[in-house]
Design a protein around this ligand. Sequence first.
Ligand code: ADP
Ligand code: ADP
Length: 239
Amino acid sequence: AIKAEARDLNFFYSNGARALKGITMPLYENKITALIGPSGCGKSTFLRCFNRMHDLYPGNKYQGEIVMHPDNTNVLDSGVDPIEVRMRISMVFQKPNPFPKSIYENVAYGLRVRGENNKRIMDDKVEEALKGAALWNEVKDRLHDLAFNLSGGQQQRLCIARALATDPEIMLFDEPTSALDPIATANIEELMVELRSKLTILVVTHNMQQAARVSDYTAYMYLGELIEYDDTDKIFTNP
Ligand code: ADP
Ligand code: ADP
C-alpha cells in the first residue's frame, strides 16, 4: 500500500530558486525508498518538505501536495500543524544532533512536546524507543548521563530513539551514516531494515552500495527533477 505520495511537488527557496520541479513519487508502506543523485540535485530539499522543515525560514514556498494515507492529510496544507506533522514524520540528520541534555531527556523530548508528563508512561516509552534503536542495553544504567558522552554511532541511535518515541509512521534519514565509521554504519543499516517492519522509510544516501543493500525502491533525482524511480533490484542491474 502507498503510505504517502508527493504530487506535482515544486519548491522555491526564498531567493526564488526552484529546487524541486514537479516531483510525483510514492512511498510504499513498510518499504525503504532510497533517494540518490548528485550533490545539489534537491534530495535534502525534498526530504525537508515532508516534515515542513522549510517553514522555519520565511519566504520559502511549496506548490503541490504530500498526501498521507489512509487519512488523506496533505502535510503541506497551511491548516495542518507542522508540530503534528513532525510527530508522524520524523527526521534523522546526517550528523548526530542530540540536545545538550541527558540520554533520557533526549528521548522524552517529543513526549513532553505532546504534553505527556506521567512518569511511568514516559519511562516505558523511553525504554521502548531505546530498545527500538538497539541502544537500551548500552545505556540503561546511565540514562541521566549527558548524550554528548556517547560515541558517534550511539548518538545517532539516540537520535533514532528520539525520533521513534512519538511512534512516527514515516522516518526520513538524511545521509544517516556519512559521519560514521564502518561498524556504526552497519549498525544503522541493520536498524533501518528492522524498523521497516514497523514504519515507512525514505533515506537519502550518496552511497550506492548502501542504496542497493537496504532499499526496496530507488529514486534518482537530477537538477530538481525525479529522473528515475523503480525497484532497487532493477535500478542496480540495468547498465
Ligand atoms: P542535495 O541534498 O541533493 O545535495 P539540496 O536539496 O541541498 O541538494 O539543494 C538543492 C538546490 O537548492 C541546490 O541548487 C542548492 O544550492 C539549493 N539550495 C539549498 N539550500 C538553499 C537555500 N537555503 N537557499 C537557496 N537555495 C538553496
Ligand atoms: P550550512 O550551510 O552549514 O548547512 P546553515 O546554517 O546555512 O548551515 O543551514 C543549516 C541547514 O538549514 C542547512 O542544511 C540548510 O540547507 C538549511 N537551510 C538554510 N537556509 C534555509 C532556507 N532558507 N530554507 C530551508 N532550509 C534552509
